[in-house]
Design a protein around this ligand. Structure first.
Ligand code: GDP
Ligand code: FE
Ligand code: FE
Ligand code: FE
Length: 187
């Protein structure tokens, strides 16, 4: 599937704002793939489809999580987490992408996972730093991403966890596992 076809498909699933975010993630993911030696076409497709399920009704996402035997603990956490695993499922079943590396990068783009692949990391960081993002701390992560992808990811996770703590939100275990694995590996 080429870029144009992929964008035509995803555009129908998204708002204008979210489509522009997706273009930013795509461009950033391709840059990171070039810098860190990942397959640029895989990074492009994973980025284009990463938020495919973002606007599905909560009830539909909940049903897919239950029927497809996804981790049920997801349902106890914020529904913002659901579009990532549900997106991986729908990108396979509705779009027909079968590449497991691409599907995993979509599946783990919100929480991360303990053993992240290079492609997972690229999509996670690109989602965080694409040019349309303007939250506090994003410039520091942009700088880090030029030099050391793991350091960028650690800082993005620290910011996300801190943000959730301040809002009295629960933190999904995979988010903590991702952070711990990166910190432990650095030593
Ligand atoms: P987006 O889809 O491009 O907006 O970005 P993401 O998919 O990365 O994140 C969606 C939302 O999930 C963000 O608002 C994060 O703060 C939130 N989020 C990320 N990790 C966790 C977590 O562990 N727990 C909870 N409750 N929310 C999280
Ligand atoms: Fe997302
Ligand atoms: Fe993210
Ligand atoms: Fe996103």
């Amino acid at each position: 599937m080429n870029r144009h076809e992929a964008l035509e498909i995803v555009k129908k699933q998204l708002t204008e704002h979210r489509y522009e975010h997706t273009i930013g993630v795509m461009e950033t993911a391709i840059e990171l793939a070039r810098r860190y030696g990942e397959d640029e076409k895989k990074a492009e497709l994973a980025a284009i489809f990463h938020d495919y399920a973002k606007f599905r009704p909560k009830e539909e996402m909940k049903q897919i999580i239950l029927e497809q035997n996804m981790p049920k603990d997801l349902l106890s956490y914020h529904s913002e987490l659901w579009h990532a695993p549900v997106g991986a499922y729908l990108v396979r079943t509705e779009v027909g992408i079968e590449d497991e590396e691409i599907l995993n990068a979509i599946r783990y783009h919100t929480s991360g996972r303990a053993e992240m692949t290079l492609l997972d990391k690229i999509v996670y960081v690109a989602d965080y730093i694409e040019p349309g993002r303007i939250f506090p701390g994003v410039d520091e992560v942009r700088e880090l991403a030029r030099k050391d992808l793991d350091q960028a990811l650690i800082r993005a996770l620290q910011n996300t966890i801190q943000f959730l703590l301040k809002k009295n939100q629960p933190i999904y275990p995979d988010t903590i596992y991702t952070y711990n694995a990166l910190i432990i590996n650095k030593k």
